[in-house]
Design a protein around this ligand. Structure first.
Ligand SMILES: [Zn+2]
Length: 257
């Protein structure tokens, strides 16, 4: 096996030349100060790359990734990223995006313990243990894993919302919106899970995470939202879509529909 990575460096040349050929000003633009509107906090999984799944170019999303997209409030790395993104880049949206089948979340369910990773994953393990009966009542191990992947995302959104960095931003009236999304590797679609938080008031009216375990939020892809909206437009007053309208439920902090 080759000890060098010449093939990657060669690919880099091909990529840079191709970019310049398609858009001669591309790198001149990139060299100017970055102005992303989004901060993405995602899993380190090599299949879930923010720019790819969002269809964004370099410069459009600021990224922090770690195993199982966890927010530890003693983690200087993520706190520094949050501070820089909010106070200097002035991003308007923070997206916590996990994914189904997350190996980190799977590890948090394992009996084997003792690695550094298990300390990292402790918040997920504790949530699982506290609600073991609820998780064990699900029909399969995959459903259990998927549900925990979803709940982990909401837990991390709440943790971000509780940081002084975010509280101070909201306190001075900065436009800052938090989102919880989940990505499915098997179909490439993102799903909106919530919660959607834009103020301390919204954060403080959320149901507890324990209540959320018992009444999980429904993940909704844009594909499904578009289908529901199309039905609602075609059949007003039917399917129960007008009274408890989908768009209203979507922005309910509890995200119950
Ligand atoms: Zn993962």
């Amino acid at each position: 096996m080759s000890r060098t990575l010449d093939h990657l460096l060669d690919q880099n040349v091909a990529w840079a030349v191709g970019k310049t050929r398609d858009d001669p000003a591309y790198f001149r633009r990139m060299a100017e100060q970055q102005r992303p509107s989004y901060l993405w906090i995602g899993c380190s999984d090599s299949r879930v790359t923010a720019n790819d799944v969002l269809g964004l170019d370099p410069g459009e999303v600021f990224v922090h990734r770690n195993i199982a997209n966890i927010v530890h409030t003693s983690d200087l790395n993520i706190l520094s990223v949050l501070e820089f993104a909010i106070e200097h880049l002035e991003v308007e949206h923070i997206i916590v995006c996990g994914h189904y089948g997350c190996g980190g979340v799977r590890r948090a369910l394992a009996v084997e313990r003792g690695a550094m990773l298990d300390h990292w994953l402790q918040p997920i393990t504790m949530l699982y243990r506290k609600h073991r009966d609820t998780f064990e009542s699900l029909a399969s191990d995959e459903m259990k894993l998927d549900r925990l992947c979803e709940l982990n995302i909401e837990m991390q959104v709440r943790r971000i919302a509780a940081t002084p960095i975010v509280e101070n931003a909201w306190g001075r009236g900065q436009n800052l919106h938090l989102h919880g999304w989940i990505y499915a590797i098997h179909d490439g679609f993102l799903r909106d899970l919530g919660p959607h938080l834009s103020s301390t008031e919204q954060r403080d009216t959320l149901c507890s995470i324990d209540e959320r375990v018992r009444n999980p939020a429904e993940p909704v892809s844009a594909l499904r939202r578009q289908a529901i909206d199309a039905f609602a437009a075609a059949l007003p007053g039917s399917l129960g879509l007008d009274g408890c309208g989908y768009s209203e439920c979507r922005h309910d902090p509890d995200n119950r529909s």
